[in-house]
Design a protein around this ligand. Structure first.
Ligand code: MN
Length: 203
């Protein structure tokens, strides 16, 4: 298994800490309540708007870019493209990645909270790393906007790997809610993308 440093090589290779306000991974990260792993969904107004979905696992944030953002409707299948692991202190990042840098554009923390692995096989819990290798992870979110069970399922392999993020029936399932549209702003600062863009990276 790759250790945490190796796992962040791709993240560091894409960023110059002198040019982007994004965290380097050196800061002490926020902890989940009762030590539970955290999740964060960052709304990222880059070359195209998307939502970066991140789950804490093995000391890093496993990450997917979800173009349409998460849904609360179990009938929706949201494309989730895997991206490089991010450092834990990225979970609080809001600000502006400058023009010319990787991911240039405005970032806000759209939702965050804790998550729990629900993946089972033959009645036994499957560890997160194995579930990700196997291409199917079931989990529960407890955030400010999103609650209850979701699943991430891999639908392509090799160079065409992509995943689907789907809401499962149960807590938080609601076909009409559309939180991406009805609750667009940051759960950390209450700001919208435009306000953050105007203020730059200061919080
Ligand atoms: Mn992004």
């Amino acid at each position: 298994m790759a250790d945490r440093k190796d796992s962040l090589q791709a993240y560091r290779a894409k960023r110059d800490p002198r040019r982007t306000p994004e965290p380097s991974g050196a800061r002490r990260p926020r902890r989940g309540r009762r030590g539970q792993p955290i999740f964060v969904i960052q709304k990222h107004d880059a070359s195209s708007l998307h939502y970066d979905f991140r789950l804490e696992a093995n000391g890093v944030l496993k990450s997917w870019a979800v173009p349409k953002g998460p849904s609360t409707n179990p009938r929706d299948k949201r494309l989730a493209m895997p991206t490089e692991d991010h450092p834990m202190d990225y979970a609080d990042f809001e600000g502006v990645i400058p023009e010319g840098e990787y991911g240039a554009g405005t970032v806000l923390v759209w939702d965050t909270g804790t998550w729990r692995n629900l993946t089972e096989k033959d009645g036994e819990q499957v560890p997160v790393e194995q579930a990700l290798r196997d291409g199917h992870l079931r989990f529960e979110l407890q955030g400010s906007k999103l609650h209850g069970p979701y699943a991430l399922t891999r639908v392509g392999r090799g160079g065409r790997e992509r995943w689907l993020l789907v809401k499962m029936a149960g807590e938080g399932a609601d076909a009409r809610r559309k939180p991406v549209r009805s609750q667009p702003d940051s759960v950390l600062s209450g700001r919208g993308l435009e306000e953050i863009a105007r203020q730059g990276s200061s919080r």
